[in-house]
Design a protein around this ligand. Structure first.
Ligand SMILES: [Zn+2]
Ligand SMILES: [Zn+2]
Length: 290
C-alpha cells in the first residue's frame, strides 16, 4: 500500500469512528436476568436475553431502542439468567439466536425450547452481523463453552465478560483496551463467606469456574484499561453478597492507584436500565432509566 493510500485509509477509519453514534443499553444485570444492546440506531445486536419477552420489550422501550433494529441475540452461555426469554423473543422478532455450537447441541439434547432460527459459532471464532464485527472468546465459568464478546462497530469496541471465575490470559487479550469494558464484579469475599449460602454453592461461586469478586475485577483493570478505554461498566453484582458501595470503593481505589481517578465507570443494576450514548468526540453520556 502506497503512502497516500495509507493516509487515506487512516483518515477514513478516523471519520468512520467519529460518524458512528454508538449507543449501549443495559436492560438489567445480575443473577435474576441479564441483557444488553449495542446499537448504531439503524441496527443492533442483543447480548443475552435473561428476561421474559414482555420484560425485554418493556425495558427496550424504556431505553428508547427499537426492537425491529435487532439483528440477532448473542448468547454468552445457557444459564437461565441469560437465556430465559431468548427463544420467544427471537421468534417474535424473527431473528436468530447465535450461540456456541455445543450449547445448541446441549439444549437440543435436553429438548429445551429453541427459536426457529439458530446460528452457531465456535468459541474464539469471529464473524459479522450487519455492520458489527463480533469476536468471541472462551471464559472460565461452570457452563457449556461459555464465552465473552468483543463487539466492534465503526472502529469502536465493546468488550463484554459478565460471568467468569477469573480473567484468563485469553480473556485479557480479548478485552484489553476496548472503548467500553463490561466486566463482572459479582461478590465481596467477606459477604460471601458470612452469607448463609451452603458451602457447596460458596465454593462454586468463588471457584475457578464461578464468578469474579470485586477485588479480582479491580485488579484486572491494570492490564485491561488502555489509552482507548472510555467507559467501564461493572456487571452481574450479587444482591446478597455485594453492595454497590463496595464495588464503587474497590474500583475507585484501584483507579486512583492507576492514576485514573476520573475514569468514568458505573455499577450496573438488576432493576434499573442504563443508556450510554457515545459523544461524537469520544466519551459517553450515561442516563439511568427506571
Ligand atoms: Zn449469570
Ligand atoms: Zn452463569
Amino acid at each position: 500500500m502506497g503512502f497516500f493510500q495509507w493516509q487515506y485509509r487512516k483518515i477514513r477509519i478516523f471519520l468512520k469512528k467519529f460518524s458512528i453514534m454508538l449507543k449501549i443499553g443495559i436492560l438489567g444485570s445480575g443473577s435474576k436476568g441479564n441483557s444488553l444492546i449495542v446499537s448504531t440506531g439503524q441496527e443492533a445486536v442483543l447480548v443475552d436475553a435473561g428476561f421474559s419477552r414482555r420484560e425485554l420489550l418493556r425495558r427496550l422501550g424504556a431505553l428508547g431502542f427499537d426492537p425491529a433494529t435487532i439483528r440477532c441475540v448473542l448468547l454468552t452461555h445457557e444459564h437461565t439468567d441469560h437465556i430465559s426469554g431468548a427463544p420467544v423473543f427471537c421468534d417474535t422478532l424473527k431473528i436468530p439466536l447465535c450461540a456456541a455450537g455445543n450449547v445448541l447441541t446441549l439444549l437440543k439434547r435436553k429438548k429445551s425450547r429453541l427459536p426457529a432460527s439458530l446460528w452457531s459459532f465456535e468459541p474464539g471464532e469471529q464473524f459479522n452481523v450487519g455492520s458489527f464485527q463480533i469476536g468471541t472468546f472462551p471464559v472460565q465459568h461452570d457452563a457449556t463453552d461459555p464465552v465473552g464478546f468483543v463487539i466492534g462497530c465503526g472502529g469502536i469496541k465493546v468488550g463484554i465478560a459478565t460471568d467468569l471465575g477469573e480473567v484468563s490470559p485469553m480473556a485479557r487479550r480479548s478485552l484489553v483496551n476496548t472503548e467500553v469494558l463490561v466486566l463482572e464484579s459479582n461478590y465481596d469475599p467477606e459477604m460471601l463467606r458470612n452469607s448463609d449460602r451452603r458451602p457447596g454453592l460458596k465454593n462454586r461461586i468463588n471457584g475457578f469456574n464461578g464468578h469474579l469478586d470485586n477485588r479480582s475485577a479491580a485488579r484486572a483493570l491494570d492490564s485491561l484499561l488502555g489509552d482507548r478505554s472510555e467507559l467501564l461498566l461493572l456487571a452481574h453484582r450479587s444482591c446478597e453478597c455485594n453492595t454497590e458501595e463496595l464495588v464503587r470503593e474497590e474500583i475507585s481505589r484501584e483507579l486512583s492507584t492507576l492514576a485514573r481517578r476520573d475514569f468514568p465507570f458505573a455499577v450496573l443494576k438488576q432493576e434499573h436500565c442504563l443508556k450510554a450514548c457515545r459523544r461524537p468526540a469520544g466519551g459517553f453520556d450515561l442516563t439511568e432509566v427506571m
